[in-house]
Design a protein. Structure first.
Length: 227
């Protein structure tokens, strides 16, 4: 059973999430502040943490940084801070996804499921279905699933960018991480590179590039692959 730790100072949110997650066969523990949350994380080693940023004793971004000094546990941020700066700060500190309050429980559960699916798959997939296409990351071959002779040509940079996204299905991958992993640490402010290359990938894989279904943008934050 997947163990989830919820750190939030709002009792009604703790209660609602405990009920909804327990009903879906998750094992749930809660903490109302950062001190108890960090202690519980160290004690119980949860499989996933749902974390509010506006805690009474320590900023949530600092909690993420502290967790990342010793644990790779996936973190889904749940916060009333809707600005892109706050979201980017949380993602850059090591959060895996971000849901803004007020939120839909169904949306949060979908994000939790996406993260827990990745937990259940120990090895990154080699072959991925992307809409009407099959992408073989090991052989660097992409083709229409129903017509293997119709191949898609990708540049080395496009392969690197695509691989980062499709091996993290459902996960928001921050602009900073993509720029660093694909182009290097000296390109962290060159977000126009991402826009250009994502547009190219959509033209090659999406049925309607102007309304993508699989290679999605989270404005101001990053990109995600939706299977």
């Amino acid at each position: 059973m997947t163990r989830i730790l919820i750190i939030d100072d709002e009792p009604q949110i703790l209660r609602a999430l405990r009920i909804n997650l327990t009903a879906r066969q998750y094992e749930v523990t809660t903490a109302a502040d950062a001190t108890h949350g960090l202690r519980e994380a160290e004690h119980s080693h949860p499989d996933l943490i749902v974390l509010d940023l506006g805690l009474p004793d320590l900023d949530g971004v600092e909690v993420i940084r502290k967790l990342r000094t010793w644990s790779p546990v996936p973190i889904v941020v749940l916060s009333g801070r809707g600005g892109s700066q706050e979201k980017v700060a949380a993602l850059d500190a090591g959060a895996d996804d971000y849901v803004t309050k007020p939120f839909s429980v169904d949306e949060l559960l979908a994000r939790v499921r996406a993260v827990t699916r990745r937990l259940a798959a120990p090895d990154a997939p080699v072959v991925v279905e992307l809409g009407d296409y099959t992408v073989d990351l090991e052989r660097h071959v992409a083709h229409r699933t129903e017509d293997p002779e119709t191949t898609v040509r990708l540049t080395p940079t496009e392969w690197k960018l695509l691989a980062l996204l499709v091996t993290n299905p459902g996960k928001l991958v921050s602009q900073r991480q993509l720029l660093q992993d694909v182009w290097g640490p000296t390109y962290l402010t060159e977000s126009h590179y991402l826009r250009q290359y994502m547009a190219q990938l959509r033209r090659k894989f999406e049925t309607d590039p102007s309304r993508p279904r699989h290679l999605l943008t989270d404005a101001g934050m990053g990109y995600r692959f939706q299977p």
